[in-house]
Design a protein around this ligand. Structure first.
Ligand SMILES: O=C1C[C@@](O)(C(=O)O)C[C@@H](O)[C@@H]1O
Length: 193
């Protein structure tokens, strides 16, 4: 199956793996995945992209500046992103900034659950991810399977938008399709939307 955006092109999904992700499979200590190498992860993501019918552009780097330059160069041509910030998770303000300014929805992905991990290694300092506040969603704790889950979620999300029925304008309806007295409740004044 080939999934397409409204203009008939396949969704183009960027996948970014940040610092230390290239070392995967060689690290000591608790492992939250079954990968022998980053190449295995790249192949898994590529195979999932093929099955979903989307185009994948996957990059890995231990250098923050290189990742930012990749976003500046490739970001405008992408429909969505998966981002595992790796070692940039807790201080990657430049990464968050670049992703937010690029404006493409992204899913933050982690092999393990960083909230659980940070609570155990750093109980007195509240560590948290810089990316979560502007991510469309977060998948963490499922090892390499999280990349599969994130891709399925992101592509379904993009599909949902391209397949959304346009609101038909009927006589007496406003641009959003609402008719006066048709029962839709306006939020109370001052209520957030
Ligand atoms: O480098 C990593 C890997 C990680 O992003 C993960 O995939 O689980 C989680 C981060 O906290 C850590 O710094």
């Amino acid at each position: 199956m080939v999934r397409t955006s409204n203009d008939g092109k396949r969704w183009r999904i960027g996948v970014i793996d940040g610092p230390n992700m290239s070392f995967i499979g060689r690290e000591k200590g608790a492992r939250h995945h079954n990968l022998q190498s980053w190449d295995e992860l790249r192949d898994l993501v590529a195979a999932t992209g093929d099955r979903l019918g989307v185009e994948i552009l996957h990059t890995v780097s231990n250098y923050e500046g290189r990742i930012l330059e990749w976003i500046h160069a490739e970001g405008p041509g992408l429909d969505g992103l998966l981002v595992n910030p790796g070692g940039l998770t807790t201080y990657g303000e430049g990464l968050r900034h670049a992703l937010e300014e690029n404006g493409t929805p992204y899913v933050e992905v982690h092999l393990f659950n960083p909230v659980q991990y940070y609570a155990s290694v750093s109980p007195h300092i509240r560590l948290e991810s810089r990316l979560t506040s502007s991510a469309q969603g977060v998948v963490a704790g499922f090892g390499e399977h999280g990349y599969v889950a994130a891709l399925v979620g992101l592509v379904s999300y993009l599909d949902g938008f391209s397949e959304a029925d346009p609101v038909e304008e009927t006589e007496g309806a406003d641009a959003a399709g609402h008719t006066e007295g048709a029962g839709h409740a306006e939020p109370a004044e001052g209520a957030g939307r």
